[in-house]
Design a protein. Structure first.
Length: 115
């Protein structure tokens, strides 16, 4: 049996442009499709709190080396899609190209950095 492909979807953009709204819509679409989701919320405004009974939502801080959890979950068999809601107030820091050592998995993966 073929494994389904994994996805990590991140909303990144300036403040107040609708990132959390897009995340809520994606969350609902993927739920309807029966996808197994994990949501990471980097925003401090708890805009996804209403969905906590539908899907696992965890707080994450990208700037304090907590990103390993996302990549570990990306290879987990019980998760199809990881959604990450990023805050707009850190857009410059978020969109800077990461150092190669900041990707924790030893397995070879393809990443496309749009920034």
């Amino acid at each position: 049996m073929l494994k389904s492909s994994k996805r990590m979807v991140m909303t990144v953009g300036d403040s107040r442009v609708g990132k959390s709204t897009v995340m809520k819509l994606l969350l609902e679409i993927y739920q309807i499709q029966g996808k197994r989701l994990k949501v990471y919320d980097h925003d401090n405004r708890d805009r996804l709190l209403a969905y906590k009974d539908l899907v696992c939502i965890e707080k994450i801080d990208f700037f304090n080396k907590q990103t390993d959890r996302m990549f570990i979950d990306l290879v987990a068999d019980n998760i199809d899609i990881i959604l990450v809601d990023m805050p707009g107030q850190h857009i410059d820091k978020t969109c800077s190209k990461p150092e190669p050592h900041s990707f924790p998995l030893e397995r070879k993966r393809s990443f496309v950095w749009l920034g």
